[in-house]
Design a protein around this ligand. Structure first.
Ligand SMILES: Cc1cc2nc3c(=O)[nH]c(=O)nc-3n(C[C@H](O)[C@H](O)[C@H](O)COP(=O)(O)O)c2cc1C
Length: 188
C-alpha cells in the first residue's frame, strides 16, 4: 500500500514539475520577428507586432533585390519559384540559438512563400523551435506557403498562422492581439 502511495505521489510531483516548466518557458520565451516585404505591407504588419511584443525585429533582404516594377517583379518571382532558387541574403541573424519562437512574415507570392523565405529557412536549423507564420496576401490567403515552410523546417513546430489581406483593415491591431493570444504570446 505504502509503495502504491509513493508511486502516485511521485507521478503527481512529476506532473507538477512538468507543468511549472511549461509555464516558465512560455513566460520567458525569446521571440524573433523575421520578415520579407517587397511593397511594405508585411513590413507594416511586422512593425505593429514588434510594438505589441517588444520582440527583436529582423528584415530579410536580398543582396540583389527584386525589381521595383510590379510586372517585372512578378516575372522574377515566378522565375525563382520555378527554379527553386535560393537568392543570397544581405544580412544574417546573429545567435539564432537564443530564440525559441520565430514570427515569420512574408507576402503570398504565386500562392507560396517568396524565394528569400526559402533562403532564410535553409540558412538556419530551426529544429525544436516554434515558427509562427504571418502572411500578407491579395486574396489567396496562405496558398501553399504553410506546407512549404513545414517542408523546409520539418523539425520545427508550426504555430497558429495569421493571414492579412494586403496591409490589413481597421481590425489589424485586434487581429494581431487575438493571434498572439492564441499562440500564448503575451503583449508587453
Ligand atoms: C510577385 C508577386 C506575386 C504575388 N502572388 C500572389 C498570389 O499568388 N496570391 C495572392 O493572394 N497575392 C499575391 N500577390 C499580392 C501580395 O501577396 C500582396 O500584395 C501583399 O500584400 C504584398 O506584401 P508586401 O507589400 O509586404 O510585399 C503577389 C504579389 C507579388 C509582387
Amino acid at each position: 500500500m505504502k509503495r502504491i502511495l509513493l508511486f502516485v505521489l511521485t507521478l503527481f510531483c512529476m506532473e507538477v514539475h512538468m507543468e511549472l516548466n511549461a509555464q516558465t518557458h512560455t513566460g520567458t520565451q525569446k521571440i524573433l520577428i523575421a520578415y520579407f516585404s517587397w511593397g511594405g505591407n508585411t513590413r507594416g504588419i511586422a512593425r505593429q507586432i514588434q510594438q505589441k511584443t517588444g520582440a527583436d525585429l529582423f528584415e530579410i533582404e536580398l543582396v540583389r533585390p527584386y525589381s521595383t516594377n510590379y510586372n517585372t517583379c512578378l516575372d522574377e518571382a515566378l522565375r525563382d519559384q520555378r527554379a527553386n532558387a535560393r537568392p543570397a541574403l544581405k544580412a544574417h541573424v546573429t545567435n539564432m540559438a537564443q530564440y525559441d519562437t520565430i514570427l515569420l512574415g512574408y507576402p503570398n507570392w504565386w500562392a507560396s512563400i517568396p524565394a528569400p523565405i526559402a533562403s532564410f529557412l535553409e540558412e538556419y536549423d530551426l529544429s525544436g523551435k516554434i515558427i509562427i507564420p504571418f502572411c500578407s496576401h491579395g486574396g489567396g490567403r496562405f496558398g501553399q506557403s504553410l506546407t512549404a515552410i513545414a517542408k523546409l523546417e520539418p523539425r520545427a513546430k508550426i504555430g497558429d498562422a495569421l493571414s492579412v489581406h494586403y496591409s490589413g483593415g481597421n481590425s489589424l491591431a485586434n487581429d494581431i492581439t487575438a493571434w498572439l493570444r492564441k499562440n500564448g504570446i503575451t503583449e508587453r
